[in-house]
Design a protein around this ligand. Structure first.
Ligand code: PMV
Length: 328
């Protein structure tokens, strides 16, 4: 009745930005991401506790964070016929939360895998992906490693909206992602609020959806060919388009800081000198640099020179896995 899982976050190369169903967390468009190691979240779940207990990074979770966890646990109880009692969940991550890095993605992927195992359900990446989506959309792309595509799906009940692995972590081992932490503060507007506001008020939203959907198969083809330059260019233009759509909302939504732009400007200069480095940017000020193993140290130095407080070098990560050591 107790199980523990570890999952990695992911960074989208083609972003998800906007829901067609807020309750079921169904996106308007498909998206594609790369799982990032060594960053990870570990989660232990035990059913049969006296009352529901949700502890994240040493704090009792409150508000919507707690509700989202309880929702995932409730879905597992429903799947097993409602016989499982209240659950205790303890989760611990090893990277800064809510700073533009998808800590919630790793957290809900680990929760889904651990909760299913604790309930005695078989390992099933599709079922875990569907379950994790109920906590956080991008989490459905962290159940499996490597490059995962979240299929938009068509059905109103969301049963066809989950992530599939396009290439595993071993497909492109030389690929590197360097997370430049320019600002550790929690962002003012969370992704879920920001995307809702964008869907409701940005006149560019329909164009964003059409464009992003079309970019996914192109990105898959470039990953297949391991074409870093073309993939880097695609990731950059997709990030710009997501941020432009948000900037066009009313009132405008700007996640970029002055030093985000400064770093982006430097990347452009370095590329002119022949360095293979591009960026992507989630809903936060911290760019993630895309490069290869031969250039990751230079990319790190570049981020530090532009004022990054911290830099995390990442490699393609593997699947979420069950662990034998528990957090309680
Ligand atoms: O799944 P959420 O609610 O954390 O939203 C993620 C949104 C972005 O990180 C900006 C894009 C993405 O596809 O991960």
């Amino acid at each position: 009745m107790k199980a523990t899982a570890l999952a990695h976050p992911n960074i989208a190369l083609v972003k998800y930005w906007g829901k067609r169903d807020d309750a079921l967390i169904l996106p308007h468009q498909s998206s594609l991401s790369l799982t990032l190691a060594p960053l990870s979240v570990t989660t232990t779940v035990e059913f049969g506790a006296g009352s529901e207990q949700v502890e994240i990074n040493g704090h009792h979770a409150k508000g919507s964070e707690r509700e989202r966890v309880l929702r995932v646990l409730e879905a597992v109880r429903a799947e097993t016929g409602g016989k499982l009692g209240p659950a205790r969940m303890v989760s611990r991550g090893d990277f800064p939360a809510a700073a533009g890095l998808a800590s919630s993605a790793a957290g809900f992927a680990a929760l889904a895998v651990a909760a299913r195992a604790a309930a005695g359900l078989p390992e099933d990446p599709k079922a875990a992906s569907l379950l994790s989506r109920l906590g956080s959309g991008s989490a459905c792309r962290s159940v499996q490693g490597g490059f995962c595509e979240w299929l938009r799906g068509e059905r109103p009940d969301g049963t066809d909206s989950y992530a599939v692995q396009r290439f595993d972590a071993g497909h492109w081992p030389e690929l590197r992602m360097v997370v430049a932490i320019l600002n550790r503060d929690e962002k003012e507007v969370k992704s879920r609020d920001g995307m809702k506001h964008t869907v409701e008020t940005s006149p560019y939203y329909a164009a964003w959806v059409k464009d992003a959907e079309a970019e996914v198969p192109r990105a898959v083809e470039l990953i297949q060919r391991k074409d870093l330059q073309a993939l880097g260019e695609l990731a950059e233009r997709n990030a710009w388009r997501m941020h432009s759509t948000a900037l066009a909302a009313n009132p405008p939504l700007c996640y970029l800081h002055a030093n985000t732009l400064e770093l982006i400007e430097h990347l452009r200069e370095q590329r002119k000198k022949g360095m293979p480095v591009w960026f992507t940017l989630d809903a936060g000020p911290n760019p993630v640099l895309l490069t290869d193993a031969a250039h990751e140290v230079v990319a790190e130095a570049l981020a530090l020179a532009c004022g990054a407080a911290d830099v995390v070098r990442c490699v393609p990560g593997g699947d979420a896995v069950l662990k034998s050591e528990h957090l309680f």
